[in-house]
Design a protein around this ligand. Structure first.
Ligand code: GAP
Length: 395
């Protein structure tokens, strides 16, 4: 897997070859009365069934004309559906003419296709291999909403996995399993994830098979991640448009061909949202309500908090500071807190998802043991300071 960091602003030629200048559009209608604009798929959601059925029927009769009741002002409309390209356009260079038109990338994927030859020529990888990129993507969304679910500036993590054409199904399945296992690792329960096979008419222009992984957000079941078989669409189009030979040379078979691509794609903002929604828990502990963030250990921003039982007992504070400094060598994401009573300190750490709290008390001074309290169960155990680092690690 080769990680790259490609350009965010890319020339129009890239987006013409990828099909984005032509096809990366949302169907848009404007209310003739209040002038609010809507994506057509937004219109059916808050409507009673009779109206949305009527809309679908009408939509079938005439693809470009839509009859709908405005969800803002309530007026009936019969209006044209326009295709609205979602890329942000700008000019590069001083001359504001056609030749300088560039776009902010609407996906990180294309940066990998246009750098494919650099990776092949520099590292001579054997198939299958992947390229990966994390970074910002920009889309002029008509209706950004639902907190960070749909925004105009967001982050993606994408992998383009290059395979031989006759092996695409095998690697599609491999990545499907990898993605499910990743979702489990970040604490999303199996029940909250739904795999949806995207129908041919709803698939992106480049895809021959797509699965959407949907998550149960409070505002409904919606896309979290996608997995697509992009065929050789992108490399072929870039090769045709640029005139540069992007074929892969297989030394053993002595053949040149364009690899096919499996693309697992992950929105980071939606990941953060799904992780927080899954981890957020309100329960009861010691007859009190508490709020706890049940984050997996790997995602908890602080892994361990060390407390002296009492703030004004110098010997306890010194011992706690000693333990804190030693632990910090192996567990850098660590906190020290001596503020307020122990119960309050536990609650504070629960709220930010700290898996373990270590309390130094008078017994520590006698036998070098501490109380280790586990976040989810509240269970407390007496552990020798020397055994601390291994007993605080959970992966
Ligand atoms: N390269 C393929 C691609 O970009 P996509 O389904 O359009 O596919 C991939 O986007 C992921 O990016 C989505 O599954 C979602 O997690 C995230 N995403 C897309 N649009 C977004 C937006 N407006 N705001 C936040 N995340 C978004």
């Amino acid at each position: 897997m080769y990680e790259i960091d490609a350009a965010i602003l890319m020339n129009q030629n890239v987006w013409q070859a990828s099909g984005h200048t032509e096809g990366f559009a949302d169907p848009l209608v404007e209310c003739t009365s209040c002038k609010r604009r809507f994506r057509t798929d937004m219109l059916s959601e808050p409507f009673p069934k009779e109206i949305s059925e009527h809309m679908d029927e009408h939509h079938k009769k005439n693809e470009n004309q839509l009859e709908f009741k405005c969800i803002n002002c309530g007026k009936m409309n019969s209006t044209k559906v326009r295709q609205f390209n979602m890329m942000f356009k700008t000019h590069i260079g001083a001359a504001m003419d056609e030749s300088g038109i560039s776009y902010l990338r609407p996906e990180t994927a294309q940066g990998m296709f246009v750098n494919f030859k650099n990776i092949v020529d520099s590292f001579h990888p054997e198939l299958p291999f992947g390229m990966a990129q994390i970074g910002k993507a920009f889309r002029n969304e008509i209706a950004p909403r639902d907190f960070m679910f749909r925004s105009r500036e967001f982050s993606q993590m994408e992998i383009e996995y290059f395979v031989r054409e006759n092996e695409w199904e095998k690697y599609f399945e491999m990545w499907r399993k990898e993605m499910l296992s990743w979702m489990e690792d970040i604490g999303l329960s199996k029940d909250s994830i739904h795999e949806v096979e995207v129908s041919p008419e709803d698939r992106a222009h480049y895809s021959k098979r797509t699965i959407d992984f949907e998550f149960e957000y409070p505002f409904g079941k919606k896309e979290l991640y996608g997995l697509a078989y992009r065929t050789d669409f992108d490399l072929k189009s870039h090769m045709e448009k640029s005139g540069v030979d992007l074929r892969y040379y297989d030394e053993k078979a002595n053949e040149r061909f364009l690899p096919h691509v499996i693309e697992p794609t992950f929105g980071i903002d939606r990941t953060v949202m799904a992780v927080l929604l899954s981890a957020y828990t309100e329960d009861e502990m010691g007859n009190e309500k508490r709020t706890v963030l049940k984050l997996p250990y790997s995602l908890a921003p602080i892994k361990v908090a060390v407390f002296p039982l009492l703030k004004n007992k110098l010997e306890l504070v010194e011992k706690a500071k000693d333990i804190f400094s030693t632990l910090r060598k192996t567990i850098p994401a660590i906190a020290f807190d001596d503020n307020g009573n122990i119960g309050k300190r536990y609650r504070r750490q629960d709220e930010i998802g700290t898996p373990f709290c270590v309390t130094v008390d008078f017994q520590t001074l006698e036998d070098n043991t501490v109380t280790v309290r586990e976040r989810d169960s509240g269970k407390q155990e007496r552990i020798s300071v020397d055994e601390l680092p291994p007993s605080l690690k959970v992966e």
